[in-house]
Design a protein around this ligand. Structure first.
Ligand SMILES: C[S@@+](CC[C@H](N)C(=O)[O-])C[C@H]1O[C@@H](n2cnc3c(N)ncnc32)[C@H](O)[C@@H]1O
Length: 268
């Protein structure tokens, strides 16, 4: 008795003989440099001014994932990262191989700890400097990690928090992550003037307008809005060619399918 076509198809998929894994693996090996598929985006680097405030993910996805994000953890510590950006960071770190990572907005220290662990796993001798206005938030486990320096300070006083002389001496590549959302223009101008060199990255978190306006579980249904995008637009209007949006990360899962819409920028 012959097997109906539908059954044949499902049987084939069940046994997974429909994929040529050898071909897929060879293709990946041939196409990747430092874990990045080199031909994926052409052009890969585009001016900030050419980018749009739109996203291939539906707005409803941001609501449910933002909810899930409150329950994220790393090594038992509360971590304010979504699954998209966690994977994007891990790929970017392997490609860029930063010697210095500066995170503005450390919260519990979980993301700094994850970054330090990840960089060490990649065999890199990198230093993470994680800043917060309130270091009482930092968990003891993160404080034990010798490659992280937790620094208490206010991003409104960025010049004293990161003196120009210190920035001039930092090992590169440098990845600067703005997750404090304070004095945005002033912070970028200071780092632009004193720290950022070709090949460094500026990662601007939470440019997505659709997330809740407050961090954590809340009854408040106010939206975050596009205020951060408007602030960074002023900076990039003055520096139109110094940075380019890296579509490899920004558009990896679809146009702006990240919390950081147009927020992965390479210093040119
Ligand atoms: C969204 S949380 C950071 C989340 C963290 N990067 C993560 O991925 O888990 C923002 C942090 O910025 C800190 N912050 C707020 N105002 C600040 C300021 N003026 N200077 C420095 N840090 C500030 C807050 O205390 C808070 O811990």
């Amino acid at each position: 008795m012959s097997v109906p076509t539908e059954d044949k198809a499902s049987k084939r998929i069940e046994s997974d003989t429909h994929s040529d894994y050898h071909q897929a693996k060879n293709q990946a090996n041939e196409s990747m440099t430092r874990g990045v598929w080199t031909e994926r985006f052409d052009p890969r680097f585009v001016p900030f001014s050419e980018r749009e405030m739109k996203c291939d993910l539906p707005k409803s996805a941001f609501a449910t994932i933002s909810h899930g994000k409150h329950f994220m953890s790393y090594r038992g510590l509360s971590l304010a990262k979504n699954p998209f950006d966690l994977t994007l960071y891990s790929t970017l770190f392997f490609e860029v191989q930063p010697r210095t990572v500066i995170e503005l907005g450390a919260y519990t220290g979980a993301s700094a700890l994850w970054m330090a662990d990840t960089l060490r796993t990649y065999g890199l001798d990198s230093r993470v400097i994680a800043v917060d206005i309130d270091l009482a938030l930092i968990d003891g486990l993160a404080k034990q990690e010798p490659s992280i320096e937790f620094r208490q300070g206010d991003c409104n006083e960025i010049e004293s928090l990161f003196p120009a002389e210190e920035l001039a001496e930092l090992p590169h590549p440098l990845v600067l992550i703005d997750d404090a959302h304070v004095n945005v223009e002033g912070v970028y101008r200071h780092f632009h003037q004193h720290a950022m060199r070709t090949g460094d990255y500026l990662i601007i978190e939470d440019t997505v307008p659709w997330i809740p306006g407050t961090f954590g579980q809340s009854e408040d249904d106010q939206e975050w809005g596009d205020w951060k995008f408007r602030e960074i637009s002023r900076f990039f209007a003055d520096e139109p060619t110094a940075y380019a949006v890296d579509r490899y990360y920004t558009d990896f899962y679809g146009y702006n399918a990240t919390w950081n819409w147009n927020g992965f920028l390479r210093r040119q």
